[in-house]
Design a protein around this ligand. Structure first.
Ligand code: ZN
Length: 119
């Protein structure tokens, strides 16, 4: 493996941060793109996010170490538990409305470790 003369962390001249792995600006980081399904640490993150449109809240569950089918099944269960609609996309479950408490409860009942994240 060749090493560049700069070595170590790389900073672009305009002060933007570069990824030390692929040496691209963080916005174009290839490593990040490869992580569409995060391996995670086995602990799901449950957070409430507000969508731009109309300021509606959604409950977002990230970091689940499940494959697509299992994730879809879990998404369905959570939608039922919350009595709300939602989507499963790119390894992330979204439930419409603020259902963090109920989602946490449902996940824990199924033996899935989860913690609150963000707002
Ligand atoms: Zn990178």
């Amino acid at each position: 493996m060749k090493s560049s003369s700069t070595g170590g962390l790389v900073y672009s001249t305009d002060g933007g941060r570069m990824c030390p792995e692929c040496r691209k600006p963080l916005a174009q980081c290839l490593c990040k793109q490869a992580q569409t399904i995060p391996a995670g640490d086995g602990v799901a993150r449950v957070s409430r996010e507000t969508k731009g449109r109309g300021g509606k809240s959604v409950t977002v569950i990230k970091g689940l170490a499940l494959d697509g089918a299992a994730l879809n099944a879990l998404g369905k269960q959570l939608r039922n538990a919350c009595g709300s609609g939602g989507t499963v996309k790119d390894g992330v479950i979204e439930i419409q409305g603020d259902h963090c408490e109920r989602v946490m409860e449902s996940l824990q009942k199924q033996g899935i470790r989860a913690k609150r994240a963000g707002g």
